[in-house]
Design a protein around this ligand. Sequence first.
Ligand code: ASP
Length: 340
Amino acid sequence: MRTSSRYRAAARMIAAIGVVSLAAACSGNGGATGGGGTGGYPDQNITFVVPFSAGGPTDTVTRMIAEPMAAKLGAKIVVQNVEGAGGTVGAGEVARAKPDGYTVLMHHIGMSTAPSLYKDLGYKPLEDFATIGLVTEVPMTVVARKDFAPKTLQELVTYVKANAGKVTLANAGIGAASHLCGLLFQSAAGVKLQEVPYEGTGPALTDLVGGQVDFMCDQTTNTSGQISAGGVKAYAVTTPERVKSLPDVPTTTEAGLPKLQVSVWHGLYVPAGTPQDVVQKLSEALKAALADQKVIDQMAKLGTAPVPATAATPQAHRAKLEEQMGTWSKVIADSGVKVS
Ligand code: ASP
């Protein structure tokens, strides 16, 4: 299969899946142990690893919940960005960290896609991590540099088809949400574009505002501020409903590209083998953070919301991860996209 048709096949399958909904089913959390003796946890700083650049959407959500989680846990939380390869570098580092609850990973949908995309990933999501809980599910937006010629999503499709060799599409690396959404756009538009990978969409957005790249697809948690300030042009949101904080931005369905449907779920992880009571403490702290009015307001401003308390649990998160890994492995196998 040629690369362009692989991408189209991948995106067709992604389109078939549509917007991912939260499945709050209960199952065991295979990665945690029943070990005890951690009553004093936490008695030192906790590091939250973000596998993308500072200032991007994953980083933003992490920093939002870190403060109220730290208050609940009674320990300082330090956010560390370990970016690279669509989030797989940071995830790998946490997989190999000591399973003591002091190294925690924030990751998104990419946790479920990476095993099917990378031949030598170096970690297994279900075996090397214990899940803490889901955090939020974020709509995406199709945005462009403000002086990019197309004015609507339909015009964008026409324009990229006519200028496929020239147009640049930014993303945060293979398996990143922006990469997956970009595949979907290219399939829906029937075109293969030149992709420009960054280590996160924080720096990609900076380049978009600066006019160095033409367009990208990214979470509202990253793009909302620049859309409202006029720093970038927004064509559509990738969910069935408009986003309350961006009332003037049409949905992809309204804008004539109904197959472009995707949203990005996030969750917290610790290395497998972390004692069960530590996992529980982190999960309780996550629940408290997601019920914090300041967090709810901050998320609403950026077009998203915390998951319900029933989804901020190790069991619901693991069920979601399992379901998503199954879904994406089929999508990616059918697409033929592979990174060695
Ligand atoms: N939005 C990025 C992505 O495409 C991740 C990030 O920079 O936080 O997955």
